[in-house]
Design a protein around this ligand. Sequence first.
Ligand code: HSE
Length: 370
Amino acid sequence: MKSVGFIGWRGMVGSVLLNRMREENDFLKITPHFFSTSQSGQYGPTINNIVFKNLKDAYNLNLLEEMDIIITCQGGSYTDTVYSKLRKNNWQGYWIDAASTLRMKDDSIIVLDPVNLKVIKKALDNGIKTFVGSNCTVSLMLMALGGLFSNNLIEWISVSTYQAASGAGAKYVIELLKQMGSLYNVVSQDLSNELSSILDIEKKISQKMKDNDFPLKYFSVPLAGSLIPWIDIDMGNGQSREEWKGQFETNKILGSKSKIIIDGTCVRISSIRCHSQSFLIKLNKNISLKNIEEIIVSHNKWVDFIPNNIQETICKLTPSAVTGTLKIPVGRVRKLSMGDKYFSAFTVGDQLLWGAAEPLRRMLNLLINI
Ligand code: HSE
């Protein structure tokens, strides 16, 4: 059995990965080794009733080099520190990474096997050993619209995202919840008094967001009761890095020669762990809505087509309906007034599952079976 080293298994993405691996009995297929960047020697996780004692030092290259496969959810600075040293030492193992650091390198492949299994297999045949998970909005878009991409039907996509706090990290989720609690606390008594004025309640809420004690350490501005229309760094041309990834990572994943244009605005909202995306899509030919539906649903078994009616939309096409599942609902599909080739679609996906951990888990399984 292959020796697999896990780094960053305690964080949000790492924990979701371990849970999925437990659910799918993946640990029966490998010899796992758990590493830590700060707690080597201490206790690790419990897998199949076995407590992994004595965590290994995640900076010890000799120990890392004993692994056939390393899978890291530790983040970009860990990858920066360790990856090139291992490769310089001629380590020939497979590196699977959740961080973005290596995504656009020529000798790495971005993995999302329901969409690009052929690209992955070709890369394995060519001796590629570095496999990286894509940005979450990109994975979730491709899982939702994969059928349209594989049938080469898309001319361009304009996207607006509604991204969950979990995409920014665990500390941000906690801060969002603290913000929500802080807002609730300032009006809790008014809320149970039928005679309260809604404008007084709103004023207290708006004032609380400006108070010095409002929790702003990570987001730096209120997210609860508000939104933040910028994610990640400025690319220098008015586009955020999150917006840049939409087109560049998609085209790399697809490995296609012709480039599909994707652009839009990425927005952080107060959802906890599901990203949503609203698409305006221009097709390169006029096809019927029925056809579009068939193409979308036949792409993969996780896509769920939600008929464009009020009840099914509000019950099935929301973060609260999708969270914690592998479902990829696609709805609000209709032709737009711009013309026959233009239609809208809306999708929701769990940012920690298909958006992060699941493509890595599936890549690990492909490698185990080599
Ligand atoms: N960049 C994403 C976000 C994280 O900030 O929501 C997932 O790749």
